[in-house]
Ligand binder design. Structure first.
Ligand code: GRF
Length: 214
């Protein structure tokens, strides 16, 4: 069975690329059937079209308010009949009209070890806080900002001499491993919520990290 993914993006789309490659080479039994962006100028949209993927803009600026944006984006996503909706660098908060249309079927990747550092500028804030470990999280999306049930995380040590860019680059490398891995679990129908926590069938309580560091 091949699952149907719709991916929501706002910018460069490197996580979309990682997901797309993993679907193409068979690591993830799914197909990206549509890419949707709130920004018509997003490089991720142009690249998707070059590859022949259906790519649609729903500009938030053309909507009266958040409710209309939610309704229009929900309709655009629903029309592609997705099994899962994957947010990959999607920079708008989605409201109840969208969330209730795809209950328990929306994933997001966030560049920090949640619940630390929800929101923006996570690498800068991690460095300022002096944490020794940083990383990324894939979680189910609910109405809280970067707050839904955690599916998997990858840990990245903060090294002496790190600045925001270096740390961000090492976290991004892990994002590109972690998201396809979780996407595979989703496509295989192995993600369940029990008592508010995510259980991944066949993976035990704490799935191993995506990569090791010395
Ligand atoms: C990633 O760091 C992702 O975790 C965050 O936004 C960034 C998007 O990067 N939500 P890209 O567009 O996937 O390259």
């Amino acid at each position: 069975m091949t699952a149907r993914f719709v991916v929501l993006v706002s910018g460069r789309g490197s996580n979309l690329d990682a997901l797309q490659r993993a679907c193409e080479d068979g690591r993830v039994p799914a197909r990206v059937v549509r890419v949707v962006s709130n920004d018509p100028g997003a490089p991720a949209l142009a690249r998707s079209r070059e590859r022949g993927i259906d790519a649609v803009a729903v500009p938030h600026r053309s909507c009266r308010d958040r409710d209309e944006f939610d309704a229009r984006i929900a309709e655009t996503v629903r029309a592609a009949e997705p099994d899962w909706v994957l947010l990959a660098g999607f920079m708008r908060v989605l409201g109840p009209r969208f969330l209730t249309a795809f209950p328990g079927r929306i994933l997001n990747i966030h560049p920090s070890l949640l619940p630390s550092f929800p929101g923006l500028h996570t690498h800068r804030r991690a460095l300022a806080a002096g944490v020794r470990f940083h990383g990324c999280t894939v979680h189910l999306v609910d109405a809280t900002l970067d707050g839904g049930p955690i599916v998997a995380q990858a840990v990245v040590p903060v090294l002496a001499g790190d600045d925001e860019d270096r740390l961000a680059a090492r976290v991004l490398e892990q994002e590109h491993l972690l998201y396809p891995r979780v996407a595979r679990w989703a496509a295989e129908g192995r993600i369940r919520i029990e008592g508010g926590r995510v259980h991944v069938e066949g993976e035990g309580a704490a799935p191993p990290p995506a990569a090791r560091y010395p």
